[in-house]
Each structure stands twice: as structure tokens, then as C-alpha cells.
Design a protein around this ligand. Structure first.
Ligand code: GDP
Length: 319
């Protein structure tokens, strides 16, 4: 079983590649829920949605979120009614939020609801929220503390970041199956997701980081930082706010206690070599995923490091 830890947009691209080269039944995806929010009285889980949509073949590739070909009539009507419309919910997208909210209202847990919705959508891979407890990523800024989506979507991540915290994390437990999946995995992969606000909350759930240290499976991460900057979004600013260099070395530092291999972009070959000299195992690949082929090629390249010839090659790498 390949286990993937992921956020939304960058992670969904990588999962799109994986689903092309691995049987979905061999995939367990552990998803960040720190971005979850209440919206129009509904419970939204943006990263769970992106991963569910990509595995169902429904994700909008142009936007990187939401359902492909969706319309936005309800959003417009809510605006006409004076409701907030900064978080763009499509009409078909609304269905998943309505159903999730209804099932949660019946007392089901987030992981039960996620499994039920994924099954209805024909998803064969296993999708697990990091936790059934409510954990909220809060971004401290000069205008006050913001929810992650307020910072990211409503305010276009323009505010200087003073702090990041995960409200509710101390009492959170990993969702059922998360620890077992990591410990019994054949390979654990960290998608090229934001290390602070996508992978960070998952690692902060008590017990998950320990499980990554203890698992017998190799653990590899694909860097979301290419050429000293995030491919998209605020990962650079958020890493800097946590005292992490915005570089390959910064990604390595964020995961240093459990990571076996860091996958760097080919354009970062020099940084990769330097990191390798400091004792880290680094593999270079084309990590920019613009097309279905590039996504599949990256997934294949990462997996081949741990199977057959690829494993022999990786083992021969100086580390
Ligand atoms: P979020 O929950 O929507 O913020 O999504 P993620 O955390 O999963 O994805 C955002 C991260 O993905 C950013 O830090 C980007 O740098 C990274 N990313 C996006 N596209 C690519 C890509 O094609 N290649 C790599 N290596 N990273 C990417």
C-alpha cells in the first residue's frame, strides 16, 4: 500500500499522476483538514474535496479546485441575497458540501462521511482525513488572526504572516486507520504540498509524526519549492515565517526527522548536491506537473526509486 500525505492543489496534481500509474486500490491518501471552514452554514473541507474530485476524475484542471465544467449560479444568487461570495462554490460542488453537512449532522464522523461520499463517487482509493477532530489553521497577521481560507482566498495571501497555529491540535486524534496505514505502508509519500499549512497540520496531529519515524516503509517527499520559490501560493512566505529557508534545504529541514528521500526538481541539481553532501538522500526529477503526462512521469519516477532497478540506483546514490 502506498500512503500519501497531502493538501489540496499541489497534492491533487501529484495524486492525479499516481492514479495513472498505480491501482487505486493500492493508494491510501491522508488529507489535511486544517483548511476546513463553515460556509453558508455548511461544512467545507477544501482539501478533502480536491482529492476526492481528482480521484473521481472530476477535478477542474484549469482551476486546480472544484468540479470541471461547473457553473456558479448559486454563488451569484447568494451574492444577490447579500451573502459572502469570496469562497467560490460551484453548483455541482455544492452537492458534496450539502451531503457532507447532512451526514455530519446525523452524527457521523468526518472519516465515515468521507468514505461514504468517495464510494458514491466511484473512488476506489482510500481517503482518510488526518483527524475526525476539528483542527483549524489560524494565520496571525497585523489585521488580526485569520482562518486559513480568509488569509489565502479572501485576502489573496497579501498580509504579512506573524504566526501560524493549529487550533484544537492538542486534543486531536488521528482519524481511524491513519496510524495503521502509515505503519503498514510499503511506501509513504509526502506530496509537493505546502509544508507549513498542508503537511504541517497533518504532522502536528499527535502520533502521526512518531508513526512516520517508526514506520519500516521508506518515506519520500516531493519538494513544492523549485528554484528558491513556491511553484504557486504562499508556501515561501509561510516557511519563512516558521524560520525555514525557502529552499530545498528548508523542505529537508521541515521533514528531517523522518524523511528518507527528498525529490528535488532537476533545476535544483546544485542545491540537491549540496544537500546530499550534508547527508541527505536527494533524487532529482522533473517535478513541474503541467500535463497529465508530466504528472504520471513524476509519479513513476518516484515509485521507481523504491522498486526494482530504481531502488538499486537510489541505494547507490551517495548519502
Ligand atoms: P493547498 O491546500 O491548496 O494549499 O494545496 P497544496 O498544499 O497541496 O499545494 C500547494 C503547493 O503545491 C505549493 O506550495 C506549490 O509550490 C506546490 N505545487 C503546485 N504545483 C506544483 C508542481 O507542479 N510541482 C511542484 N513540485 N510543486 C507544486
Amino acid at each position: 500500500m502506498i500512503v500519501v500525505l497531502t493538501g489540496g492543489t499541489g497534492g491533487a496534481k501529484f495524486v492525479d499522476g499516481l492514479r495513472q500509474v498505480v491501482s487505486p486500490k493500492d493508494l491510501t491518501i491522508i488529507v489535511n483538514t486544517g483548511d476546513d471552514l463553515e460556509w453558508w452554514g455548511l461544512y467545507l473541507s477544501p482539501d478533502l474535496d480536491s482529492i476526492t474530485y481528482v480521484l473521481a476524475g472530476m477535478l477542474s484542471k484549469e482551476r486546480g479546485w472544484g468540479v470541471k465544467g461547473d457553473t456558479f449560479f448559486c454563488l451569484q444568487a447568494m451574492g444577490d441575497l447579500g451573502q459572502p461570495i469570496w469562497f467560490h462554490v460551484g453548483d455541482r460542488d455544492l452537492a458534496i458540501h450539502l451531503l457532507r453537512s447532512k451526514l455530519l449532522g446525523q452524527g457521523k464522523s468526518l472519516s465515515e462521511v468521507t468514505t461514504e461520499i468517495a464510494a458514491k463517487m466511484g473512488v476506489q482509493a482510500r481517503i482518510l482525513p488526518m483527524s475526525d477532530s476539528r483542527v483549524e489553521t489560524r494565520i496571525g497577521t497585523p489585521v488580526g488572526e485569520l482562518g486559513f481560507e480568509e488569509y489565502f482566498v479572501q485576502r489573496w495571501y497579501q498580509d504579512p504572516v506573524e504566526s501560524v497555529r493549529f487550533a484544537g491540535i492538542a486534543d486531536a486524534e488521528p482519524a481511524p486507520g491513519v496510524i495503521e496505514a502509515i505503519k503498514s505502508a510499503s511506501l509513504v509519500l509526502l506530496a509537493p504540498s505546502n509544508p507549513v499549512t498542508s503537511i504541517g497540520p497533518i504532522l502536528a496531529v499527535p502520533g502521526i509524526r512518531e508513526a512516520l519515524r517508526e514506520t519500516a516503509a521508506p518515506v519520500a517527499a516531493i519538494s513544492p519549492i523549485v528554484g528558491g520559490a513556491a511553484v504557486s501560493g504562499p508556501a515561501g512566505v509561510l516557511m519563512a515565517s516558521q524560520g525555514l529557508p525557502v529552499s530545498l534545504a528548508g523542505v529537508a529541514q521541515a521533514y528531517h526527522d523522518f524523511l528518507d528521500v527528498l525529490v528535488a526538481d532537476v533545476s535544483d541539481a546544485q542545491a540537491a548536491e549540496e544537500l546530499q553532501r550534508s547527508g541527505f538522500r536527494v533524487h532529482c526529477a522533473r517535478t513541474l506537473m503541467r500535463t497529465a503526462e508530466e504528472k504520471a512521469a513524476l509519479a513513476r519516477s518516484v515509485i521507481s526509486l523504491f522498486t526494482g532497478e530504481g531502488a538499486a540506483h537510489a541505494a547507490a546514490d551517495p548519502s
